[in-house]
Design a protein around this ligand. Structure first.
Ligand SMILES: CC(C)(COP(=O)(O)OP(=O)(O)OC[C@H]1O[C@@H](n2cnc3c(N)ncnc32)[C@H](O)[C@@H]1OP(=O)(O)O)[C@@H](O)C(=O)NCCC(=O)NCCS
Length: 122
């Protein structure tokens, strides 16, 4: 497994996060390649509750976003996972899993009720 660290996003990561999302989703059939705009919109709306990057050799190579979601029954404290992205050449090495597990740990630490994910069931 390649060496990487998971950490909170910093303003100087914003360009790299856009690039990671563009690269990761470039060849994904169910994607409209708009994920980097979703991240920007969430950040601009102040809705990027947890935004983590994976860094390897001083480069951002992965990213995950968590944002609040609302339920029609009024349940509170829920979050949505996504998008999550790892650059193609480093996929299937555990980086995505580490990003998601770190994000879920952050949500637990703030007392979140739970986290949902939408998308391809596979
Ligand atoms: C999906 C993605 C973030 C996973 O990151 P990764 O670093 O490649 O994944 P990991 O190596 O941590 O694998 C974690 C688990 O997910 C599985 N997995 C990884 N990519 C998968 C995919 N595209 N489809 C199904 N399962 C996948 C792995 O088999 C592994 O399962 P295991 O723990 O049972 O072995 C990455 O492949 C990616 O960026 N894909 C393109 C963008 C995308 O489709 N994002 C998800 C929708 S928001």
């Amino acid at each position: 497994m390649s060496k990487f660290i998971i950490r909170l996003e910093q303003p100087e990561d914003f360009v790299a996060i856009t690039r990671v999302n563009e690269l990761a989703f470039k060849s994904v059939p169910h994607s409209e390649q708009t994920e980097h705009f979703i991240v920007l919109a969430l950040r601009n709306a102040g809705a990027l509750s947890v935004s983590l990057v994976a860094e390897r050799s001083n480069q951002v190579v992965g990213h995950v976003a968590f944002s609040p979601v609302q339920f029609s029954d009024g349940s509170i404290g829920w979050y949505g996972l996504g998008p999550v992205a790892v650059i193609p050449e480093l996929q299937h090495q555990g980086i995505g899993k580490a990003l998601i597990n770190s994000g879920l740990a952050s949500l637990r630490s703030v007392g979140a009720s739970g986290c949902v994910v939408l998308g391809d069931p596979n």
